[in-house]
Design a protein around this ligand. Structure first.
Ligand code: ZN
Length: 387
């Protein structure tokens, strides 16, 4: 007897190359079976998913959920289960001086699974721009923090902004890489400097340092330091990074998606590995809204449904090195499942410059299942359809 049976949905699990009308059986907090026509009599509880899309629990690799400590962060569940997302990665809101608040105060009340990228700067993103000088980098303290939270910390973050990076350039990236490597962790590096302090040429200079599994954030930013040359062609270092297995992450946020850059990059074959929101209170009520809206935005830019699901399930699970547990619906995996509604209509979706693309399809969370527990999504805001 199963605990829960999700019946009749269109199951899309790119990790297993599945796109079919299937049922999913759950026992406790694990997937028990994925098969055609599992009899309802074999389960204590049934969820009817007919007409819906059923995917592995969505994963938002980069958002900001250091709630109440980092002022613009949202609660993990606002970026997570309330949006159809079962796992979130915090993109460096906390540094070693503030990190302890994550496991003590932020994560315990959340239903969403949370992983963190620890910032190279002691105070994380407080204040912005961070990293005014070397005294904000305390390598021993970072090492101690990583050591104490090995299962929670998935990488070390740096933004190519601020005084220290402007002055020292690539040296700061080298320090970042050294501390991350000590623990076998990837680096997560933000490109694009709105304050124009950092020479834009630093992007081209540091990209060759990125190794397979490292994460490049804001691949379609329009800000100075973006990966397009003045003639609109993509930096060769960008393509080389993608080809050797650097994780190309969108992290769109309020300021880091430019449709022109995205269109030109996509046309030249620069595809995202992962779609992430970089969600904060600044982008929660638009232009970003949520991970499902971000998926719809990239469908409007030309990606297909299976691609956007792969970029929000197995790909981010691999980036987090958690693909043995989440990101797919194989029996034995965590019972993290997103049930989504795919609707047709017309939506105008915006980028950082308030340029628009017209979407003809929208993804809306219908039910979130986290570790076997059904949770009703309640998005804070949704883009309005055009009449
Ligand atoms: Zn961020």
């Amino acid at each position: 007897m199963y605990d829960l049976l999700i019946k009749g949905g269109r199951v899309i699990d790119p990790a297993q190359n599945i796109d079919d009308k299937l049922d999913i059986a759950i026992n406790g907090d694990k997937i028990a079976a994925v098969a055609k026509d599992i009899p309802p009599t074999e389960s204590k509880k049934i969820i009817d998913a007919s007409g819906k899309i059923v995917t592995p629990g969505l994963i938002d690799l980069h958002c900001h959920v250091f709630d109440s400590i980092h002022k613009i962060s949202v609660e993990p569940d606002i970026a997570g289960v309330r949006q159809g997302v079962t796992t979130v990665g915090d993109g460096g809101s906390a540094g070693e001086a503030t990190f302890a608040a994550f496991p003590k105060y932020v994560i315990p009340p959340a239903k969403t699974r949370v992983f963190c990228f620890i910032h190279l700067c002691s105070f994380g993103l407080i204040p912005e721009p961070e990293l005014r000088d070397w005294d904000e980098v305390k390598l021993e303290a970072i090492a101690e923090t990583i050591e104490s939270h090995r299962s929670l910390i998935k990488g070390v973050k740096l933004r190519l902004v601020g005084n220290l990076v402007a002055r020292e350039g690539i040296k700061v990236v080298e320090v970042l890489q050294k501390i991350a490597k000590k623990f076998g962790l990837p680096i997560m590096v933000h490109i694009g400097d709105m304050d124009r302090q950092v020479p834009p040429s630093l992007t081209q200079e540091f990209l060759p340092l990125m190794e397979p599994g490292d994460i490049l954030s804001h691949i379609y930013t329009g800000n100075p330091g973006n990966p397009l040359r003045p003639d609109g062609t993509v930096l060769p270092e960008m393509r080389a990074a993608m080809e050797r297995g650097v994780i190309m992450d969108t992290a769109i946020g309020r300021n880091n998606l430019n449709f022109e850059v995205a269109k030109k990059s996509l046309a030249q074959g620069i595809l995202p590995t992962t779609l992430s929101t970089d969600l904060t209170h600044r982008s929660l009520t638009g232009p970003t809204y949520s991970l499902p809206v971000t998926m719809a935005k990239f469908m409007a830019l030309g990606l297909d449904l299976k691609q956007v699901i792969q970029m929000t399930t197995i790909n981010p699970a691999r980036a987090l090195k958690e693909d043995g547990r989440i990101g797919s619906l194989k029996p034995g995996m965590e019972a993290d499942i997103s049930i989504l509604e795919l609707s047709s209509g017309k939506w105008k979706l915006e980028d950082a410059l308030r340029q628009t693309v017209e979407a003809t399809q929208m993804l809306t969370p219908s039910l979130t299942i986290k570790a076997g527990e059904p949770i009703s999504p309640q998005p804070v805001a949704q883009p309005e359809p055009m009449s």
